[in-house]
Design a protein around this ligand. Structure first.
Ligand code: FES
Length: 107
């Protein structure tokens, strides 16, 4: 299992163990963690699963693909360095200890 730490905008942390192959979005949704809406269900078509990746993790994750990059333009206050769509982050063992922070709001 892979540990992912979600931090709500207000600072409340949630620690979850995920199986490899799940996405970071699914981990939040399946554990009822507030702050990730995921309206399109993971199709990279809504940008309501936006998170900020902890700066220590930015270079350790697979890079954004073009569609994710484009959809992030519709997110609330995206950050060019740390913003990701959590439905596009498929968990592997290398994600163990990943920290993501939720934005103030989605869209
Ligand atoms: Fe819609 Fe991620 S769930 S873009």
């Amino acid at each position: 299992m892979v540990k992912i730490i979600y931090i709500e905008h207000g600072g409340r942390p949630h620690e979850v163990e995920l199986s490899p192959g799940k996405t970071v979005m699914e981990g939040a949704r399946d554990n009822a963690i507030p702050g990730i809406e995921a309206d399109c269900g993971g199709a990279c078509a809504c940008s309501t699963c936006h998170v900020y990746v902890d700066t220590a993790w930015v270079d350790r994750l697979p890079p954004r693909k073009e569609l994710e990059d484009d959809m992030l333009d519709f997110a609330h206050e995206p950050d060019t360095a740390t913003s990701r769509l959590s439905c596009q982050l498929k968990v592997t063992e290398a994600f163990d200890g990943l920290i993501v922070r939720m934005p103030e709001r989605q869209i």
